[in-house]
Ligand binder design. Structure first.
Ligand code: NAD
Length: 407
């Protein structure tokens, strides 16, 4: 048979096993992608261009980011020969829903974006989680790139391919793993971030320092004032160091098969706080900070955490202006309501409530035997007027006045 030139011909001859042999399906997928910190929007777009071929670009952002940085990004994309269609969602956690996702799916279908085109998520964790989830299901999965514009997204949400929308029953209940093609953060985008969101993002960086990198924790302790002042070089270093730590942890267990995950430090109580306050009034990073403070108190009371590590952690959280006590959370949070939310998590997880308890900076213990009483005490802890506890302390003098170089 003669086929027209250019026709792609495939020869195949798959052998058949014995009729009763078990047939096995295998689908191994391991992704690798660049994570870049740019110092200008021009540089960010240059990096983005390296992962774009002849694809059409669908840009998803939120109203605030569109107003602050949308025009400059589109101008720079255009200048570098990239045309993009753009849409925005309402800012805030309230948008991380199936309803928003459905609207984005309609928009993609109407824009005639196809499976091999590229979705670009330009925003904080809400845009990144929602757009990433949409990318994971649209035409059974399309490529996407994250351009994080909040500190929280740059140090955490943009990395690892965990994408989700919230459900009234629980946060991130409807989700998937879908790895991005690239992550490109640019320091200038962080320059407009409100102080409260800088602090919330910092909480996720502190978490990584405590669980896995004394060098990152040292960097935060040393450079806290510069981070809070949004010093570009310091932010660059912080994002780079945090991304390094997160990527190293992801590499060990990219699809979270091991349920003993140190990355969940602060998240057990943190998620419960977000649930009982209705996702929004308490920022994710604030809830995680409070969750870390509670876990540290439980660990200290058990005699597991060293006093020095406890003082250092609580001091950093305090000096960053993050909530460490229930009264400092931006919304009322009842103890029994938090315990009830934790019970729900316990039910979802076959009766186990896993806690990551810090032992030292860079050392954690994972346990599921924390009692309701321990949780209650940690939630309701308050310093006595003459307390010398770390909750009211300041950063201790560094050993020999020296700090270790950051990773
Ligand atoms: P967010 O996306 O809601 O952004 C916070 C606010 O800042 C929004 O109002 C936004 O419009 C605004 N904003 C964004 N960029 C800005 C900028 N450059 N200047 C000024 N304002 C800006 O919140 P977030 O804290 O970035 O992300 C929180 C979400 O991330 C939560 O839903 C959380 O569950 C999720 N998260 C996901 C992961 C993951 O692995 N997928 C990890 C951590 C957190």
């Amino acid at each position: 048979m003669s086929l027209p030139p250019g026709t792609h011909v495939i020869h195949d001859a798959i052998a058949l096993p014995a009729p009763h042999d078990t047939v096995r399906a295998r689908a191994v997928h391991r992704a690798e992608y660049p994570v870049v910190q740019a110092d200008s929007v021009e540089e960010a777009v240059k990096h983005l261009r390296t992962v774009i071929s002849d694809q059409r670009i669908a840009l998803v952002t939120d109203g605030t980011v569109a107003a602050l940085h949308g025009r400059e990004l589109r101008h720079e994309l255009h200048r570098q020969g990239v045309e993009a269609t753009m849409t925005s969602i309402a800012p805030g956690e309230e948008s991380k829903t199936m309803r928003t996702a459905e609207r984005l799916l309609d928009w993609l279908a109407d824009s005639r974006i196809r499976r091999r085109d590229l979705l670009v998520a330009f925003g904080g964790g809400v845009v990144i989680d929602t757009a990433g989830w949409v990318a994971s299901v649209y035409m059974r999965g399309m490529p996407y790139v994250n351009l994080p514009t909040t500190l929280l997204a740059a140090v955490d949400a943009a990395l690892g391919g965990k994408v989700a929308v919230d459900h009234p029953q629980a946060k991130n209940l409807i989700g998937a793993f879908h790895q991005p093609t690239a992550v490109v953060a640019a320091t200038p985008w962080l320059s407009t971030l409100p102080a409260r969101h800088v602090r919330a993002g910092l909480a996720e960086a502190v978490k990584k320092g405590v669980i896995a990198s004394p060098a990152l924790f040292d960097l935060i302790e040393r450079d806290l004032p510069k981070i809070l002042a949004l010093d570009p070089a310091t932010l660059h270093r912080l994002v780079h160091a945090s991304a390094t730590v997160k990527c190293a942890l992801i590499d060990r267990d990219p699809y979270e098969e091991d349920l003993r995950r140190p990355l969940n430090f602060g998240h057990t109580i943190g998620h419960a706080v977000e649930t009982v306050t209705g996702y929004g009034p308490v920022l994710h990073g604030e809830a995680v900070a409070f969750g870390m403070a509670c876990a540290a108190r439980i660990s200290l009371a058990r005699g597991w955490m060293t006093g020095t590590a406890h003082t250092r952690l609580l001091s950093v959280l305090r000096q960053a202006g993050l909530p460490c006590r229930r009264e400092e959370l931006p919304a009322p949070t009842g103890t029994e309501a938090v315990l009830a939310a934790l019970d729900k998590i316990r039910l979802i997880r076959d009766g186990h409530l896993r806690f990551v308890l810090p032992v030292d900076i860079g050392v954690t213990a994972i346990t599921d035997d924390v009692t309701d009483d321990e949780i209650r005490r940690a939630l309701t802890w308050s310093p006595s007027p003459h307390s010398t506890q770390a909750d009211t302390a300041t950063i201790p003098a560094r050993r020999g006045g020296e700090t270790t170089a950051a990773a």
